[in-house]
Ligand binder design. Structure first.
Ligand code: PDD
Length: 283
């Protein structure tokens, strides 16, 4: 697996190795493109419509041509099937760029077709992140003012993530103007006096699908929550911290830089949410 994967590229299903991306692709030259990562549980794409509507919104915000979401959904399911991933946990990756054109900053000719790429990967089993929790580091949020767009321009995220890795942490969490925004590839939430708090879904964060699922679970489970900025200086007062995302699902944070969260073990609200999330996925 991995070597002989089938991908979708500009209208065709081909061996992943045979995908040829032009050096003039605006995704390559300018990171002029958007993407989605969707989880597949036993061959079923989780919250696929939510991911596709976010993709459509990202395209719109960047004034890229709309795509048929119905077609993309069919393609997504085909990529799962053609790679025999019906019984596996996998991730599906979709990327759309503004297409191939001579390198000039303004948008290319209106006839330029977008580059559309869809692939799948088997998800390696987790390494006990849930049971033990992870450490995170706090890093300055060096990203632009439109983090709500899921653009492939991820350099600040890459640098932050590498910093976390080098310091033995599982995620880097961004701080902008003294406020916690989100992780390099996850949403972030904290529990203060039994209430779950997460950054409002504005231009400073990605409106995470997992974040939305968790907030909906809070309603179902009767866990109070609010969407408001978390000042960095208040973080030590949290009883629990979590990162949320398509690949991570819900992962408790038990250490921040060099201090321990609560008693250093995953807390009860994380456990409750994790269980309910598992039920939802299984349903
Ligand atoms: N990352 N915030 C950022 C900056 C992200 O890149 C992601 C997802 C999330 C969580 O969103 P969701 O719950 O919709 O996956 C939050 C994807 C998985 C990635 O880049 O691999």
């Amino acid at each position: 697996m991995g070597n002989n994967m089938i991908a979708y590229f500009n209208g065709q299903f081909v061996s992943k190795e045979d995908v040829k991306i032009s050096p003039d692709d605006r995704g390559f030259l300018f990171a002029d493109g958007v993407y989605e990562v969707i989880r597949s549980y036993g061959g079923r794409l989780f919250k696929v419509d939510d991911h596709l509507s976010r993709l459509s919104r990202s395209l719109g915000e960047l004034r890229m041509a709309p795509v048929s979401l119905a077609h993309l959904k069919t393609v997504a399911n085909q990529v799962i099937q053609r790679n025999n991933l019906e019984n596996e946990d996998a991730t599906l990756y979709i990327q759309i760029t503004r297409g191939v054109a001579p390198r000039k900053h303004p948008f290319p000719d209106i006839e330029t077709s977008p580059t559309v790429y869809v692939s799948a990967s088997v998800l390696p089993p987790s390494h006990g992140e849930w049971e033990k929790g992870i450490a995170v580091i706090l890093v300055p949020d060096l990203r632009w003012g439109r983090c709500d767009i899921k653009s492939v321009g991820l350099l600040p995220n890459v640098l932050a993530s590498q910093q976390a890795k080098e310091r033995g942490a599982g995620e880097a969490v961004f701080v902008r103007d003294g406020v916690i925004t989100e992780g390099s590839h996850t949403s972030f939430c904290a529990v203060f006096e039994g209430q779950l708090v997460t950054h409002p879904a504005n231009h400073h964060i990605l409106a995470g699908i997992t974040r939305r699922v968790v907030l909906d679970l809070c309603v179902t489970l009767g866990i109070p929550f609010r969407e408001s900025p978390i000042p960095e200086r208040n973080l030590t007062g949290a009883s629990e911290l979590m990162v949320l995302g398509t690949t991570s699902e819900i992962v408790p944070v038990v250490r921040v830089n060099d201090w321990m969260v609560g008693d250093g073990k995953p807390g009860p609200i994380s456990a409750k949410l994790k269980r309910a999330f598992g039920d939802l996925v299984a349903a």
